[in-house]
Design a protein around this ligand. Structure first.
Ligand SMILES: Cc1cc2nc3c(=O)[nH]c(=O)nc-3n(C[C@H](O)[C@H](O)[C@H](O)COP(=O)(O)OP(=O)(O)OC[C@H]3O[C@@H](n4cnc5c(N)ncnc54)[C@H](O)[C@@H]3O)c2cc1C
Length: 349
């Protein structure tokens, strides 16, 4: 079976040339001020609290460092994965081969779009680094009296992960406000892309499809920064809307570690309703449980591994298909070194 970029394993060994390339990368990254960590457990970097080790993990706290690390990796043929908040991923128990970059680039500002970036004439834009927390950005825009992102006050993750997956809530999504994203293709330059160019649809985008493209089809895209066109509004009304969204979320979603909704909602229905109707709410495999609060969430009760979660996902899909003829499509992305191939990656994008 062919591999894709969500699983940067084949062609890269933990020993031999792959190991040498990583060691060489680590020396060069250290000289740039990064602190690369070998065998870093990725469970520390995901909201599920699940995930085996990265061969090498490096955090980037500025876009300049992120860009430099990406170019170093591309120049040494080291496969890389950029992790944002780790809030939409299930990382294999065997971990991720190659380099994982933790995106901690968090600057945000209100100002003129950079030269070459699209924007409305004479209107300031909200510009955020890709590692900025989406919910933090939303709260910041509310304080500026700007409307458009208040739906995001309760959505975990970073701007970059959101631009990739077109996250959304309460009838809105990122596609509605995004003016542009600055996307790097390490080793091959970077481009401003408008929302139209990113071909957004429900929880997907051109970038998400590019990430899942077969290995060898060119460098994977990395979102570096994004610009948003927002409107001025009544600050107290915007804050009140945001508070309503937060309250709704607190009332309906589990608080245990999870990766949010497991499945996309099928047209005209809700994945959680189908899983519950199939009698699976509360069902547990190992340390992973279908949340008794919301059946489209799997929660980590404390000891879950990725294999437990995958077994539950397979069961949910099987039962819902048998009983209702509906094929549930995972919203969660599977990263890393799965025994055969990242599950469902062909279905997902
Ligand atoms: C409790 C909970 C509630 C949630 N509620 C919602 C909701 O209401 N609506 C919704 O849509 N989602 C929801 N989610 C899912 C999640 O918040 C979103 O999908 C979020 O946008 C993921 O962002 P992230 O930074 O965590 O991405 P990650 O999980 O870190 O990464 C997701 C994918 O994007 C890639 N990636 C991340 N950053 C970059 C980058 N800068 N450049 C290139 N690739 C990148 C990663 O390699 C990975 O393939 C929820 C999750 C949780 C845990």
């Amino acid at each position: 079976m062919s591999a894709d970029r969500l699983a940067p394993t084949p062609g890269f060994e933990r020993s031999g040339a792959g190991r040498a390339a990583l060691e060489d990368f680590a020396v060069a990254a250290t000289s740039l001020g990064a602190k690369p960590l070998p065998d870093e457990p990725l469970a520390r970097h995901t909201t599920f609290r699940i995930g085996g080790p990265a061969d090498l993990y490096a955090a980037a706290d500025s876009t300049a460092l992120l860009e430099a690390l990406l170019e170093l990796a591309a120049g040494r043929s080291v496969p890389f994965t950029v992790l944002g908040g780790g809030s939409n991923v299930l990382i294999a128990d065997a971990g991720v081969r190659g380099l994982v970059i933790g995106n901690g680039c968090r600057e945000m500002r209100l100002g003129e779009p950079p030269a070459g970036a699209p924007g409305r004439a004479q209107a300031p834009q909200v510009i955020a680094d890709s590692g900025a927390a989406l919910a933090g950005l939303a709260r910041w825009t509310i304080r500026q009296g700007l409307t458009g992102l208040e739906w995001a006050v309760s959505v975990p993750g970073t701007v970059g992960g959101t631009v990739i997956g077109n996250a959304g809530a309460h009838g809105c999504d990122i596609a509605a406000n995004l003016a542009w994203a600055l996307v790097a293709y390490p080793g091959q330059g970077q481009h401003y892309r408008t929302a139209a160019e990113l071909q957004y649809a429900y929880r997907t985008s051109l970038l998400k499809r590019e990430l899942a493209a077969p290995a060898g089809s060119g460098p994977a895209p990395v979102v570096l920064r994004a610009g948003f066109d927002l409107e001025a509004g009544d600050a107290s009304a915007i804050a009140a809307r945001a508070e309503t969204y937060l309250a709704r979320r607190r009332a309906t979603q589990p608080v245990e570690p999870s990766a949010g909704s497991v499945f996309r909602n099928p047209p005209g229905d809700h994945a959680g309703r189908l899983v519950e109707a199939a009698g699976l709410k509360g069902h547990q495999i190992g340390g992973a449980q279908i949340s008794p609060r919301h059946a489209n969430f799997i929660v980590n009760t404390g000891t879950a591994c990725a294999a437990d979660v995958l077994a539950l996902i397979n069961l949910m899909r099987e039962r819902v298909y048998q009983q209702f003829g509906v094929e549930l499509i995972p919203e969660i992305l599977f990263l890393g070194d799965w025994p055969d191939h990242p599950p469902y990656s062909r279905l997902n994008p």
